[in-house]
Ligand binder design. Structure first.
Ligand SMILES: C[S@@+](CC[C@H](N)C(=O)[O-])C[C@H]1O[C@@H](n2cnc3c(N)ncnc32)[C@H](O)[C@@H]1O
Length: 301
C-alpha cells in the first residue's frame, strides 16, 4: 500500500517535472506503471492463495460502529489480520471435532479468570463471530454474563481483543465447535454456580447444499442440552436467519423437543428482534432491505 502511494507520487512528479523531455517521460512512466501493475497482481494472488475473504460487515475496521473506547484504541497496534478471516470452516473436519473446552472436574478457570462474577446468570450466543452482539449487550446488563461460542480461532482472538480494550468483565468468548463442546460449556457454568438464562442462535451459516446440511449447528442433541440446562422460569431461546429455510429448520428442531414451546402460535414469525441490539449480520441484511426470519422458544412449565 505504502509502495503504491510512493509510485503514485513519483508518477505525479514525473508528469509535472521540466527536467524530462516528453520521450524520456514516457519511458519512465511506462516502467513505473509496469511495476505498479506487477505489485497489484502479487498482492491479489497472495490473498487468494491464503484463501482469505474480507467479511464485509458494518464497522469492519474495528468490528463495530464506533462505540469502542474512542480513537485511542484505534490508534494502538491492531492484531494481525484483524478484519480478514476465513469466512467458513467445515465443522465436521477432524480438527473441529476435538474437544477444546476442559471438563469442569479438570478446570473452570476459563470462566473464573475471565468473568468478575462467574456465578451470575448467563446468556449464551452460539456462533458469535466477532462478538458484536455480546459486546453491545454486556454493558446494558451488567448482572448477566455474556458468553459467545465461535468455531474460528482467529475470530475469537479478535473478539477477545475487543472485549479487553473495552475492559468488560461480564463478557467472554470461547473458541469451540458448539456441537462438540456445548455440554462441557454448560457443565462449566453449573460448576461455578451460574444458570443459563437465555440463548441466541442468530444467522448461523446456512450450508445450502443438501450434502452440507449435516454441518448445521441446530441439531436435536444441541436443543436437548440447552433445554436441560436452562433456567425453568425465565429461559428463552431466540433464533434468527435471513434464510427462511434455515429458520424453519431450526424452529422445527425446537418444536420437536418436548421441553420447548414456540412463543408464536400458528405459522407466523416473530415480528421483531426481542433483544436490545442487532447482530453484525442482521445490520448488513437490513441495510440491503432483505427480510429477517425470527422465532423464539420458552421452556414448558
Ligand atoms: C453468519 S455468522 C453470524 C454471526 C453472528 N451471529 C451475527 O449474526 O452477526 C455464523 C457464525 O457461526 C459460526 N459457527 C458456525 N458453526 C459453528 C459451530 N458448530 N460452533 C460454533 N460456531 C459456529 C461461524 O464461524 C460464524 O462466525
Amino acid at each position: 500500500m505504502k509502495h503504491q502511494l510512493l509510485l503514485t507520487v513519483l508518477l505525479t512528479m514525473l508528469t509535472t517535472s521540466r527536467s524530462f523531455n516528453v520521450a524520456s517521460r514516457r519511458v519512465v512512466f511506462n516502467d513505473l506503471m509496469t511495476i505498479q501493475m506487477k505489485m497489484k497482481s502479487t498482492t491479489d494472488a497472495s490473498s487468494e492463495a491464503k484463501g482469505l475473504d474480507s467479511i464485509s460487515t458494518p464497522g469492519n475496521n474495528d468490528g463495530d460502529n464506533g462505540s469502542d473506547n474512542g480513537g485511542e484504541a484505534r490508534r494502538k497496534k491492531k492484531p494481525v489480520n484483524s478484519s480478514r478471516f476465513r469466512q467458513h470452516v467445515n465443522p465436521l473436519a477432524s480438527r473441529y471435532q476435538q474437544p477444546r473446552v476442559p471438563s469442569p472436574s479438570v478446570d473452570t478457570s476459563w470462566l473464573t479468570s475471565n468473568l468478575s462474577s462467574p456465578s451470575n446468570p448467563y446468556h449464551l450466543d452460539i456462533g458469535c463471530a466477532k462478538g458484536t452482539f455480546c459486546l453491545s449487550m454486556s454493558p446494558l446488563n451488567p448482572s448477566v454474563n455474556y458468553l459467545g461460542l465461535e468455531i474460528r480461532d482467529p475470530v475469537v482472538e479478535y473478539a477477545l481483543d475487543r472485549r479487553n480494550r473495552r475492559k468488560l468483565d461480564n463478557c467472554h468468548f470461547v473458541s469451540c465447535n458448539a456441537n462438540v463442546d456445548l455440554e462441557r460449556v454448560l457443565e462449566g457454568m453449573n460448576a461455578v454456580g451460574g444458570l443459563l438464562k437465555t440463548v441466541t442462535i442468530q444467522f448461523p451459516d446456512p450450508h445450502f447444499k443438501e450434502k452440507h446440511k449435516k454441518r448445521r449447528v441446530v441439531v436435536p442433541e444441541l436443543v436437548r442440552l440447552i433445554g436441560e440446562s436452562m433456567e425453568k422460569e425465565e429461559g428463552v431461546v431466540y433464533l434468527a436467519s435471513d434464510v427462511k429455510e434455515v429458520l424453519d429448520e431450526m424452529r422445527e428442531e425446537f418444536n420437536n423437543c418436548d421441553m420447548f414451546e414456540d412463543t408464536v402460535e400458528g405459522d407466523g414469525y416473530l415480528e421483531e428482534n426481542v433483544n436490545e441490539v442487532p447482530t453484525e449480520r442482521e445490520l448488513s441484511v437490513l441495510k440491503d432491505d432483505k427480510p429477517v426470519w425470527r422465532a423464539s422458544f420458552r421452556l414448558r412449565r
